[in-house]
Design a protein around this ligand. Sequence first.
Ligand SMILES: [Zn+2]
Ligand SMILES: [Zn+2]
Length: 143
Amino acid sequence: MSEMALSGGCLCGAVRYTTRSEKPHASVCHCRMCQRWNGAPFFMAFSVRATEITWQGQPVEWRSSDIAVRSHCGACGTPLYWKGDREPEYFDIALMTLDDPSVLTPVDQIWSTAAAHWPGILPDLTAWPREEREGEPFVRGSD
Ligand SMILES: [Zn+2]
Ligand SMILES: [Zn+2]
């Protein structure tokens, strides 16, 4: 497979990254934690290995649950990545932080049971009711 070079960063520019990897898997997460974290109906991310990322600036990391950490820019608050303890070598980077987000299209969606009332479960994407790696018991209306 051919390698793909990507670049992106937060809104204020204090944190930037470049990645070089095989075409990353991109997906949508509808879980309540991602909704709150982003203030949006869902979070979109692409997965790359830590060894495939170069960071400029220092992302702030915090433990959002007993199975994962999340990260944002300490200056502007832009969400940057989710990282699960089970696969700590992988970063799920916020897709819309890419300089050109159009180069990646999500291929599936997880936590469809928690999809917001609008726009709801997205058409044309495989929908998974939960995601074991997220380990969140939330379903619509239960939080
Ligand atoms: Zn920033
Ligand atoms: Zn999520």
